[in-house]
Design a protein around this ligand. Structure first.
Ligand SMILES: O=C(O)CCC(=O)C(=O)O
Ligand SMILES: [Fe+2]
Length: 422
């Protein structure tokens, strides 16, 4: 087997794979200085930087002509093409979702709060990058991935030595086991190594590609060592509908490049993948509103062709429908929209937020309410009635079910509900 097949196998089995030399030796110094320029630009602009426990630089928001290397790196054969191989998808069906840099804090932070606070869960606690209110129950996500392979791969690429990330190999394929449940319940259990966990040791230029459903932990945020670790996500289109489908790049990212140059083309292509997907979602929503079964099934098959795991796609579409409804309600009460304005760095309009706003603008308030009426019974089935927080998940306490998919949330039942069939 060639290297990448072995690496894919390891990613599927263990949930992570260390990829040595993602940054070729001769590119390390230029990339470090580009990233440093981005970090300095954000730090100068962002008053909260020096008091943030987990400062993250947004490459796309603070890049300029001198630091373009940092942004172009996401189109590199060792990142984009490697992600496509790891996901076993054609490179032209894969897009970057997130481009940031994990940095050390500028002060020595206190321990994070316990998980499940009102404002969410600090990722310095052990967690999976998922939360039931946004992504549905973990059981559905795992079932889909086990049937079809992962749809999303995340990277930490160290520019300086990095021993901060811990992982529990194989935990992306199952719920928390008994040993993990009891360890996480201990007083400081979410802040110490879990049974069977290992530290991911990265030398400068090395990367780790991982499945973010896996239990992982940002163990030590300190000002004692310099951290500049490029954090990337890549997702596929048209095979399964990933929970990490949000793209935080600015929708006008192509304007940073001279038209028709390779990076311009690269980013143009990825924006059109998102546009095409939103066009399909728009049609699916129209079909649901009108009760057109044939169109609905055709649209669903474009987002998620494999019948196995389609339930997950529908649960995620429910979350999109909820978002569209909220946007529509805000449009009729502008005051709310003003209050929820994004921080400066994101004001340009991120790809998925911009496209979701555009999607919402195609529907009247009545239509989005009708759409939600179709989804509402399913939403109810996904709630337990009482609010809780299961350790190992991001997000706040919620009454959405964390792990096991309720038996009534079966694909036949869900589609019949959506199409308002008895
Ligand atoms: O610092 C790290 O390497 C991990 C951080 C993390 O898992 C997160 O922010 O979700
Ligand atoms: Fe995480």
């Amino acid at each position: 087997m060639d290297d990448i097949s072995v690496q894919r196998e390891q990613l599927l089995r263990d949930g992570f794979v260390i990829m040595p030399g993602v940054v070729p030796t001769q590119e390390l110094e230029p990339l470090r200085s580009s990233v440093e320029a981005v970090v300095e630009a954000q730090r100068a602009d962002d008053p909260s930087w020096d008091v943030t426990t987990q400062p993250r630089a947004s490459i796309a928001s603070y890049v300029d002509e001198g630091s373009m290397k940092a942004l172009e790196f996401v189109l590199h054969e060792n990142t984009l093409a490697a992600s496509a191989c790891l996901l076993d998808d054609p490179a032209d069906q894969v897009s970057v979702t997130e481009v940031s840099v994990f940095c050390n804090p500028e002060f020595e932070p206190m321990d994070p709060d316990r998980p499940g606070q009102e404002g969410g869960t600090d990722p310095r606690n052990w967690h999976r990058d998922c939360r039931p209110d946004r992504d549905g129950p973990l059981g559905a996500l795992i079932a889909d991935e086990q049937a079809n392979g992962p749809a999303y791969v995340q990277w930490n690429i160290a520019l300086y030595e990095d021993n901060i990330l811990y992982v529990v190999p194989g935990s992306h394929r199952r719920f928390n086991n008994q040993a993990e449940v009891s360890s996480l319940q201990n007083d400081r259990g979410t802040l110490m190594p879990l049974p069977g966990s290992i530290c991911v040791e990265l030398k400068p230029g090395d990367g780790v590609a991982y499945n973010s459903l896996m239990l992982h932990w940002g163990s030590r945020y300190t000002n004692q060592c310099k951290r500049r670790t490029i954090h990337l996500g890549y997702r596929t289109f048209g095979r399964i509908f990933p929970r990490q489908r949000y793209c935080t790049l600015p929708i006008d990212i192509c304007d940073l490049f001279v038209a028709t140059t390779p990076p311009w083309q690269g980013f143009k292509r990825l924006i059109s993948l998102y546009r095409d997907e939103f066009a399909v979602i728009k049609e699916i929503f129209r079909d649901i509103i009108a009760g057109r079964a044939e169109g609905f099934y055709a649209g669903l098959a474009r987002l998620h062709p494999a019948p196995e795991g389609q339930l997950t796609c529908l649960i995620l579409l429910l979350k999109v429908a909820a978002g569209v409804r909220k946007l529509s309600q805000e449009r009729y009460g502008r005051a709310i929209a003003e209050q929820t304005r994004q921080p400066a760095a994101y004001r340009a309009g991120q790809v998925t937020t911009a496209l979701q706003e555009e999607l919402a603008s195609h529907f009247t308030l009545e239509q989005t309410e009708l759409l939600w009426e179709r989804f509402r019974p399913i939403d109810r089935m996904l709630r337990a009635g009482n609010s809780t927080h299961v350790p190992g998940f991001l997000g706040p306490r919620t009454d959405y079910i964390f792990e096991q998919v309720p038996v009534e949330v079966a694909i036949e039942n869900v589609t019949a509900t959506l199409l308002a069939q008895p």
